[in-house]
Design a protein around this ligand. Structure first.
Ligand code: UDX
Length: 431
């Protein structure tokens, strides 16, 4: 049966969920504190860049099942189910900052009438769902709390919402389970596996999945560095490793280090959780160090290729933490640009969609119209993000445009044989 749902927080996870749940046939109010965001969304303009989102947003606004509001009280009162998807950014010590979540819980508590299911989608430390449940219960609220962590990838969020590998549902009452079955009926019908478990298990599944993937990337990055040192080819190695079904070929692409809004934050939170419970998290802690070292290594590699960084002009292609997104949070390009500027380099930067966000961090950087403008008179080129348009860079034109002949391709995008034929000194990752 279709439900009346409120989704609180219209960031990446909340907005995609609101649009997706409306598409499943539910009536959804997306709530955000920012009036400008709400106005834009009601006009069909997403405030984030996400492939396919604009169309789905418009389609569901047109259906009348989706709207956005700043009025949390009215939305909660009108809904049977309340999803919470507010941010849980890291505190100074790496633990998750739950202040936004707790403020929302407080507001929900004040507007409860009758039975409601509160679904926490935000990534929260283990134990948070139960704490929230107890808070509702001690206030006499007739509420069930469900932990339903989200695994959306930026850039593929719409596709991931409609075709997830699995749905994780930390549910501890039959009544709430029946509600969640209704909510995800559309995915049930396409046989998406559901994992029903207790609250703590659901919370930890999210952290374990992200930490494992962060581990896998860090592993292949270090092996790529070793392959470089011994003259092996990491692509062949990753391909052969991936043929082992126990390993799988995904997430074995070496690069300048992982970034984004999830992995860096979640692994830090996992380490703090381990410390709190006196459990050894040394493996995850090492991933944090190794990933930082990987980003720094890109600067060292470039310095080795150029001999001296001071006064060199560097074209930086790719500022987003990965392709298909304008998100620059924890992007390796931030570390690389910071390091290069510190060494006295001049930078010409380009990204197909992330320049605006990057310019908030580096307002004085030279941002270029296209990749060739960035290459003008450059001594070296460093590619930081795996945008498709960079794969097809016209190397002959690049050779004519650049002053120098150095290419550091941290995503292994370019045709290295062709680059070398044209006289470039080319280095990739582990090849
Ligand atoms: C991730 C998880 O995949 C998602 O399930 C979770 O809910 C949120 O965090 P996202 O941050 O959007 O999603 O990006 P993802 O595609 O996982 O990439 C993360 C980072 O790892 C990027 O910086 C990417 O460039 C890097 N990466 C990924 C690699 O360097 N090599 C790889 O093989 C894969």
């Amino acid at each position: 049966m279709a439900k009346k749902i409120t989704v609180i927080g219209t960031g990446y996870v909340g907005l995609i969920s609101a649009v997706g749940l409306a598409d499943f046939g539910h009536t959804v109010i997306g709530v955000d504190i920012a009036q400008t965001v709400v106005d834009k969304l009601n006009n069909g303009q997403p405030h984030i860049f996400e492939t396919g989102l604009r169309d789905y947003l418009q389609k569901n606004l047109n259906s009348g099942r989706l709207k956005f509001s700043t009025g949390i009280a009215d939305a909660v009162q009108a809904s049977e189910v309340v999803f919470i998807s507010v941010g849980t950014p890291p505190n100074q010590d790496g633990s998750a900052d739950l202040s936004q979540l707790m403020r929302v819980v407080e507001e929900i508590k004040q507007n409860i009438s009758g039975y409601k299911v509160v679904v926490i989608k935000s990534t929260v430390p283990v134990g948070t769902n139960r704490t929230v449940f107890k808070l509702f219960k001690t206030n006499g609220c007739d509420v069930d709390v469900v932990s339903n962590p989200e695994f959306l990838r930026e850039g593929k969020a719409i596709q991931d919402f409609f075709h997830p590998d699995r749905i994780i549902l930390g549910v501890e009452s039959e009544r709430a389970r029946a509600v969640m079955e209704d909510i995800y009926r559309s995915l049930y019908l396409i046989q998406t596996p559901c994992v029903w478990c207790n609250l703590e298990t659901a919370e930890l599944i999210k952290y374990c999945s992200n930490a494992f993937l962060a581990n896998k990337i860090t592993f292949i990055n270090q092996m790529a560095n070793l392959a470089d040192a011994v003259g092996a080819d990491i692509h062949d190695i990753a391909k052969a490793m991936g043929m082992d079904g126990r390993i799988s070929s995904k997430f074995l692409h070496p690069g300048p280090g992982f970034g984004g809004s999830c992995f860096p934050k979640d692994i830090k939170a996992l380490v703090t959780m381990g410390e709190k419970h006196d459990v050894d998290m040394s493996l995850v802690r090492e991933v944090i160090h190794a990933n930082e070292a990987q980003k720094q290594l890109m600067i060292k590699k470039l310095a080795l290729m150029l001999g001296e960084l001071k006064d060199k002009t560097i074209a930086v292609l790719g500022l987003a933490f990965k392709a298909e997104t304008d998100d620059v949070r924890e992007s390796p390009a931030i570390t690389i640009v910071t390091g290069l500027l510190k060494e006295g380099c001049r930078i010409s930067a380009h990204d197909p969609v992330a320049m605006q966000n990057f310019s908030r961090l580096f307002p004085d950087l030279k941002f270029c119209r296209d990749e060739y403008e960035a290459l003008q008179k450059a001594d070296a080129l460093i590619i930081c993000t795996e945008w498709n348009e960079y794969r097809n860079l016209d190397l002959e034109k690049a050779k004519l445009t650049m002053k120098g002949n150095i290419i550091l391709d941290t995503r292994n995008l370019l045709n290295r044989e062709r680059a070398r034929e044209l006289g470039f000194t080319y280095k990739g990752m582990g090849r």
